[in-house]
Write a protein that binds this ligand. Structure first.
Ligand code: FAD
Length: 307
């Protein structure tokens, strides 16, 4: 039985693994890939754009470490987790199963797509699902934002700080009577397109426009360099749905030590209810989860001591 099994090889899982390595835990990382969303890039037509605090270098270093010590990782998908005496059993897609005394769930979250033509092709090429990460690329350029709920209001405020024109298309009723919403409505360069529907994201190699239909049935093309989709994130937490408490969005609820409601199961990164979906935050949370799992093990029967 492993001391620790980490599920997910993104920034949070890789950092937890680095802590497990440093503290010489007998651990296994199960991930479909190594790097998670850090493997996806973003650029605009005619400009590579700025890279702010991406954390990519840190993640690349952590990845290299885990790639080198290959017995600590398994490229596979965890399909099921079951409680067993003294720990947990993880079943994988390859029909293998592994037992661990503790678990760290670091499976991230998936952005909800809009499902319109052009979306898949232009992803990362002017089309983004993370306004907080990529809005600075739109400095003094035109952009559109599509989504709903408080999330899109916060994203629009962020984008309006950089872009010279923001077209805001709400896909579901969204209250704008908050301080942020009122500031948006008062800004001359923010255009609220109420009741409009997105038909297509246009562009050859990069985003060049957004095709929309008005409530009266008229079609328009908005000339924009960037399109942001903020329809929400779905935490990939189904694996432990019956085992730990989750919030109404499906995010795993953790305390300040990344502990879940079940002793021995920790969680870190975008799959949790912790504020902010950013690489550097996931790295910090992964480090906390790694330390917390270690402390938990020290409180139990002592971990295997390797020479
Ligand atoms: C398109 C996009 C661009 C972004 N750009 C930036 C940016 O420029 N800067 C920034 O700071 N943040 C950015 N973010 C946010 C940032 O990438 C995330 O906050 C960060 O990657 C979260 O790390 P994580 O380890 O929690 O999850 P993830 O990076 O999502 O990694 C989770 C990993 O777990 C794996 N996994 C999931 N389920 C299973 C399973 N059942 N079994 C095994 N493995 C599994 C996944 O394959 C993935 O590798 C971006 C997000 C998106 C969606």
């Amino acid at each position: 039985m492993y001391d620790l099994i980490i599920i997910g090889g993104g920034p949070a899982g890789l950092t937890a693994a680095a802590y497990a390595l440093r503290t010489r835990l007998n651990f296994l990382l199960i991930g479909e890939d190594l790097g998670g969303y850090v493997n996806s890039g973003f650029s605009l037509r005619g400009a590579p754009g700025p890279e702010f605090l991406s954390g990519r270098e840190i993640v690349d270093n952590l990845k290299a470490q885990i790639e080198y010590i290959d017995f600590t990782r398994r490229l596979d998908r965890a399909e099921r987790v079951e409680p067993i005496a003294g720990g947990f059993e993880v079943h994988t897609l390859d029909d293998r199963h592994f037992q661990g005394r503790t678990l760290i769930i670091a499976t991230g979250a998936s952005p909800q797509p809009l499902n319109v033509p052009g979306e898949h092709r232009l992803r990362g090429r002017g089309l983004s699902y993370s306004t907080v990460s990529h809005a600075p690329f739109l400095w003094n350029r035109p952009a559109a934002l599509v989504g709903h709920s408080e999330r899109v209001v916060r994203a629009a405020a962020e984008l309006a700080h950089y872009a010279h024109t923001v077209y805001l298309i709400l896909t579901a009723p969204t209250p704008l009577d908050s301080p942020l919403g009122r500031n948006l409505l008062a800004a001359d360069h923010v255009h609220l397109l109420e009741g409009y529907r997105v038909r297509e994201i246009a562009g050859h190699d990069f985003v060049e426009g957004l095709l929309v239909r008005s409530p009266a049935g008229m079609d328009y093309e908005l000339a924009v360099d960037g399109v942001f989709i903020e329809e929400g994130l779905t935490p990939r937490s189904e694996l432990v749905a019956g085992l730990v408490e989750r919030d109404t969005q499906g995010a795993i609820i953790v305390n300040s030590s990344c502990a879940t409601s079940t002793p021995g199961i920790f969680a870190a990164g975008d799959v949790t209810n912790v504020f902010g979906e950013q690489v550097l935050i996931a790295i910090g949370e992964g480090a906390k989860a790694g330390l917390a799992a270690r402390e938990y093990l020290l409180e139990q029967e002592w971990p295997t001591r390797h020479q």
